[in-house]
Design a binder for this molecule. Structure first.
Ligand code: ADE
Ligand code: ZN
Length: 327
């Protein structure tokens, strides 16, 4: 599966940090982070909410634009190794200058420069989606949206929201989403991972997003599934993440195949790969084993992802050529 060219739309940048990378930076800075690692070196947490805390603890050692440049390179190397030719990553200015636009620009410059170099050296194209964090609250989301609006360009193409979906409502973040929309950014929101179908309905209705991160809980409301299919809203599905965190008990019970059969545009991503012991190749392997997905279906999934990608048309054309070359 490694050699099949792939598109990934849902990858949190810090969530892609290999544990050894975070340990190395913690050591350089003299920070003791041993509590967030198991003896075998992997990240240690007990459930989704604890995962968010461990994620933020790991992120706390990334304090400079140079750290983010190194992180970007490490994440892109891993993605390219797994055949990813185009990737969209969630980046949170909360962790990169705390919402100050001037500081954010420095972090962004470091990441963009690294991505441009990696594109030449590794053959993978990266775009960024600025993400506010739901459990930090709506007021904190406002400067994040302003960072997004002021740095929209060929690299920063979208705006979204991640974090604990069970806190507050999508409409609490309307100001931030309106600010990003008015700046011309494309929109996505995490919903229907831990919240129910209603959470997906609220995000679509109140934030007017064109993609949903996860969205898989829509499966409990088939009328909503049909609305999603009809509206052409793309779901950024992350089945390995959902199964690892216990959203669904097994791969067999994951609704990605039912959603696809019912006409929803589904895509496949890893979310936070080292945290969930997955890679894009592993996701493809499990989908082939569980649902009998073959080359034709993976082509359909990548076509869905390319159509829903937030980059410009020239970039899409270049990526489309890479997808074709792989077949
Ligand atoms: N941030 C990083 N990973 C996340 C996930 N799976 N859900 C919500 N927020 C996240
Ligand atoms: Zn996510």
């Amino acid at each position: 599966m490694k050699s099949i060219p792939k598109i990934e739309l849902h990858l949190h940048l810090e969530g892609g940090a290999p544990p050894a990378f975070i340990r190395g930076i913690a050591k350089e800075k003299g920070t003791d982070l041993s509590r967030i690692f198991r003896e075998d070196g992997s990240y240690s947490y007990k459930d989704f909410w604890h995962f968010l805390k461990v994620y933020e603890a790991a992120t706390s050692v990334l304090t400079t634009p140079e750290d983010y440049a190194r992180l970007t390179r490490a994440v892109l190397e891993e993605s390219a190794e797994n055949g990813v030719v185009y990737s969209e990553t969630f980046i949170s200015p909360d962790f990169c200058g705390g919402g100050d636009v001037a500081a954010w620009r420095e972090y962004l410059h470091a990441m963009e420069e690294t991505a441009a170099k990696a594109e030449v050296e590794l053959g993978i194209t990266l775009r960024g989606i600025i993400t506010c964090i739901r459990h930090f609250g709506p007021e904190k989301a406002k400067p994040i949206a302003e960072c997004a609006a002021q740095t929209k360009g060929s690299f920063i193409t979208g705006f979204g929201i991640a974090g604990d979906e069970l806190i507050g409502k999508p409409k609490d973040y309307l100001w931030a989403f309106d600010c990003a929309r008015e700046a011309g950014l494309r929109l996505t929101a995490h919903a229907g991972e831990w919240g129910g179908a209603e959470s997906v309905r609220d995000a679509i209705r109140d934030l007017n997003v064109e993609r949903i991160g996860h969205g898989v809980q829509a499966i409990t409301d088939l009328a909503l599934v049909d609305e999603i299919a009809e509206a052409g809203i793309t779901l950024e599905c992350c089945p390995g993440s959902n199964v690892f965190l216990g959203v669904f008990p097994t791969w067999r019970e994951h609704p990605i195949e039912t959603l696809r059969e019912r006409g929803v545009k589904v895509t496949v991503s890893t979310d936070d790969p080292p945290f969930f012991h997955t890679t894009m190749s592993a996701e493809y392997d499990r989908l082939a084993d569980t649902f009998g997905w073959d080359e034709e279906i993976f082509d359909e999934i990548n076509a869905n992802a390319l159509a829903a990608a937030f980059c410009d048309e020239d970039t899409k054309d270049r990526v489309a050529k890479k997808l074709k070359k792989g077949t």
